[in-house]
Write a protein that binds this ligand. Sequence first.
Ligand SMILES: Cc1ncc(COP(=O)(O)O)c(C=O)c1O
Length: 452
Amino acid sequence: MGLYPYADRYPVVRAFPEQGRPREQILAEIEAMATEEDSPYHEGRISGSIYSGDEAHYAFLNEVYGHYSHANVLQRDMYPSATRFEGEIITMTADMLHAPEAIGVVTSGGTESLMNPLLVYREWGRERGIDRPNVVMPTTAHPALLKGAHYFGIEVRRAAVTDRYVADMASVRSLCDANTVALVGSAGTYPHGLVDPIEELSALALELGTNLHVDGCLGGFVLAWGEALGYPVPVFDFRLPGVTSISADTHKYGFGLKGSSVLLYRTAELRRLQYFIVPDWPGGLYTSPGMSGSRSGGIIAAAWAAMVSLGREGYMAIAADIFRTAAALRAAIEAVPELEVLGDPFFNVAFTTTAASGLDIFLVNDALSTRRWRLNGLQMPPAVHFCVTRPNTQPGVVERFAADLAEAVAHAKANVGTPASSGAFYAGGMTSEQISAGMAWWLDATQALPPA
Ligand SMILES: Cc1ncc(COP(=O)(O)O)c(C=O)c1O
């Protein structure tokens, strides 16, 4: 399928329409597209992306959202409920991550929750006379950190990972110097879903007198329940004294709507460095806690509603299903002699073909794609991951996957030497043709519209 499959079905809007269209007609079009696009996740064949997938939960959140979708969080006097929601979201997340006294902000998503602490640590360094700051993180850390460092003029030093795909502490240590304003570890990593040695990173941060951000954007809201559920998830939160900030996305395993995340700091002094204030502007005293200006009250209300409607019990029940499903998937993959799982995952299972098999993992993925599975392609090494979310925990999903996986490996064996059509493209289960089409839009700066 192309990335713009609608040209034959609906008129392509090529200029600002003179007259408006009837709402019913627009709604019918939207409903048709959304229903079709959502249909694959209901079968439980999608990795990541759709975290709750509970229609009733989404309907409830959309109702909450509707009450505040037009409200701007900046207008706190008009909408004091936003202050309530934001404060309580932060408090609940701090409680979950064992820091009742931690303080934070609600951001627009994982990327913002990773960029803000970089800014804070750069400013922290400036206060100490560090004008050429660097941050040290393993190669598996999320690219939003590289983006933030690029924006803020911070050098990134990328440490090696071990043969279990987590930060190699010797490499991390060797890259640190007096200009290191922060270390970063993930819980868990996007590529392989693994928890870096946060306890050791915490000890190193304390030893060096620097900061440590834990990227729990993806895993925070699911790994947090692992310990109580009896899984050997290493401690990654504020119980470790060197951890100075943690990000955890309410719009992923927090089961909120898209566009929200929580960023917590151990101290108010650190959060203060994130604030931006212009006292002498004709528009009035300008104060802003983060990167966004206006923010939708609806998104914050929905994140709050997700948390208080599920409660600890609700999150634990879903997490238990996710951990169980991921363990079953891992066992199914490990039962295939030509495949191996990377590291020791709890919720996001990455795997590749063994060196001895000589098979191309992307040929395996091609065959899975034709059976409607949408896994995420990885590189260095080539691999794929299946990030387990609630829709994947339905009965029968793992069994169907195991059966299709056996056929997919047979396909890879029968096609050795043939180029695969899937590849490693972040967040996408795209074919090479779709990747080329997508890149062409960016590179040619077209409007992504089909030719007239
Ligand atoms: C570990 C990790 N950090 C950060 C992000 C970025 O989050 P967002 O896409 O919400 O900006 C992701 C996204 O998947 C992630 O997996």
